[in-house]
Design a protein around this ligand. Structure first.
Ligand code: HXC
Length: 261
C-alpha cells in the first residue's frame, strides 16, 4: 500500500527546476503519480522533452538555464499560465565536480555558485508573483556540504551554505503571505549524476555506504516522498526547515572501524 493517498496532490501544479534527471526527475514523477500537474525544466531541450514524456501525459518539459533570470522567468510564466498558477516550486538544478580549491579557477567557483545559489534565488524570485497564495510550497534541494566542510568541495560547500540561509530568509519574508519555504538535504542517492561524480567506482560506493548509519545509499523515491510530505497539509506548520533525507549520513562517519572496544 502506498504511504500517501492516491491523488493527494490532485489540483496542485508543480514546477521542478533541474527536473530532467536524477533526484529531481524522481520528485517530478512521484508528484505526477500522486495527481499533480508537473513541469520540469533543464538546460537541454531534448532532455526536457524526454523527461516530460517519461513523467507522462500532461507533463511539460521546458528548457532554461537557471543562471539566466529572464529565461527562467519566461519559462515560469509559460508554465504558470498553462497550469493556472503554481502551487509547488522546487529548485533542484545543481552543478558539481571534485577539485581542491587550488584546482578551481575563479570561473569554476563562480559557475557552481551561479547554478546552485543564484539559480535558487532566480527560480524562487521569478516564481513569487505566480504562486497560488496562500498555500504555495517551495523547496530547495541543498546538501550536507552546506554544514559540514568537505575537502574538494569548496565551491559546492559555499553554494549550498548560501542556499540554506537564503531559504530561511525567504521563509521569514514570504511566510506572512502564505508561502512556505523549506529545503531537503539528500544523502548519497543511488543512480544520480552527483554520486557518479563523488563516488565513481564500486569500491567508492561500498566505502561510502559503509559510513552511512542506515548502511546503504538512498533511492530517489525516498527523497521524492520527503518532498511530497513538505507540500501536503501534513507539513502545514513547517517552514524554514531543512529536512535531512540522508540515512543519517550528515551526522558523520558511522563506519564499524570507528567502534573501538
Ligand atoms: C576543475 C572544473 C572542472 C573540474 C569544470 N571546471 N569541471 N574545474 N575541475 N573537474 C571549470 C571549467 O574549467 C570552467 O572554468 C568552469 O568550471 C566552467 O566550466 P564549463 O564546462 O564551461 O561550465 P558549464 O558547461 O556551465 O558546466 C557547469 C559544470 C558542469 C558545473 C562545470 O560540471 C555541469 O554542467 N554540471 C551539471 C551537472 C552536474 O554537475 N550534476 C551533478 C550535480 S550533483 P575555466 O576557468 O576553465 O573557464 C550535486 C550534488 C551536490 O550538485 C552534492 C554535493 C554538493
Amino acid at each position: 500500500m502506498d504511504v500517501y493517498s492516491e491523488n493527494i496532490l490532485s489540483g496542485r501544479s508543480a514546477f521542478i527546476a533541474g527536473g530532467t534527471s536524477g533526484i529531481n526527475l524522481g520528485i517530478a514523477k512521484r508528484m505526477a503519480q500522486l495527481g499533480a500537474r508537473v513541469a520540469v525544466a533543464g538546460r537541454n531541450p531534448d532532455k526536457a522533452a524526454a523527461a516530460a514524456a517519461e513523467i507522462g501525459e500532461g507533463a511539460l518539459g521546458r528548457s532554461c538555464d537557471v543562471r539566466d533570470f529572464d529565461a527562467t522567468r519566461a519559462v515560469l510564466e509559460d508554465v504558470a499560465s498553462a497550469f493556472g498558477g503554481l502551487d509547488i516550486v522546487i529548485s533542484g538544478a545543481a552543478g558539481n565536480f571534485m577539485a581542491p580549491a587550488v584546482g578551481i579557477s575563479a570561473n569554476g567557483f563562480r559557475t557552481v555558485v551561479d547554478i546552485d545559489l543564484n539559480g535558487t534565488f532566480n527560480v524562487f524570485r521569478a516564481s513569487y508573483d505566480l504562486l497560488n497564495r496562500p498555500g504555495a510550497s517551495l523547496i530547495a534541494i541543498t546538501a550536507n556540504q552546506a554544514v559540514n566542510a568537505t575537502m574538494m568541495q569548496a565551491h559546492a560547500c559555499a553554494a549550498k551554505a548560501g542556499i540554506n540561509q537564503l531559504l530561511r530568509v525567504l521563509a521569514m519574508e514570504w511566510g506572512p503571505h502564505g508561502v512556505r519555504v523549506n529545503g531537503i538535504s539528500p544523502g548519497p542517492i543511488r543512480g544520480t549524476e552527483g554520486m557518479a561524480r563523488l563516488a565513481p567506482t564500486d569500491e567508492a560506493v561500498a566505502e561510502r555506504a559503509a559510513r552511512v548509519p542506515l548502511r546503504r545509499f538512498g533511492e530517489a523515491r525516498e527523497v521524492a516522498d520527503s518532498a511530497v510530505f513538505l507540500c501536503t497539509d501534513a507539513a502545514s506548520y513547517i517552514t524554514g526547515t531543512i529536512l535531512n533525507c540522508d540515512g543519517g549520513a550528515g551526522l558523520g562517519d558511522s563506519s564499524d572501524k570507528n567502534l573501538v572496544a
